[in-house]
Write a protein that binds this ligand. Sequence first.
Ligand code: SF4
Length: 221
Amino acid sequence: MRPKPEVPAVYHVKEIFYSLQGEGARTGRAAVFCRFAGCNLWSGRERDRDRALCAFCDTDFRGTDGEGGARFAAAGQLADAITATWGGGCGPGIRPYVVLTGGEPLLQLDEPLITALHDRGFEVAVETNGTRPAPPGLDWVCVSPKAGVELVQRAGDELKLVYPQPGAAPEAFAELDFRHFFLQPLGGPDQMVHTRQAVAYCLAHPRWRLSLQTHKLLGIP
Ligand code: SF4
């Protein structure tokens, strides 16, 4: 008997979990988070950090071994897994919400997946580094630009800039086509210094608002 041909994996997903959005304009909103594996600005390996285009990442996006992580061979399969993870029920005033994140989700996200999620009643958000164009049909586009790389996705709902980033001053983004502008203090040992700097910038430039990673403060995923 001939061996069955292996079905190619279409989507590589690190993890899928249910939590509250911790950052930005939708802080506090219940959501399924679907973290795609892989990023185009860093391999995710510590040994490669020195040559990463994005040097401050603290996210584990390698592989498919996280909670709910897997290789999904079709958009419907991944949308079903996301639906099964939604813990908010349904009913009047409730719209299931999914945040597609990474890694860099736009390396894998496509229109069939957005359609499959819409078919299941989801409002669909993406959090991207903006180096690739977002496919049409998304309900919420959050872009987090990185210094030294070309910003391709220059419009959306929310621009969330990690601050300070040498080579990525807020002034370079303030006139882009976004509804919300956030500064999010760079983490690490100097996080309090960065937070004070972000506060000072927002006070002087009220177009910008402060975004804190409240999920980390609360100890939730
Ligand atoms: S772009 Fe995002 S996921 Fe990729 S290395 Fe930077 S912070 Fe991490």
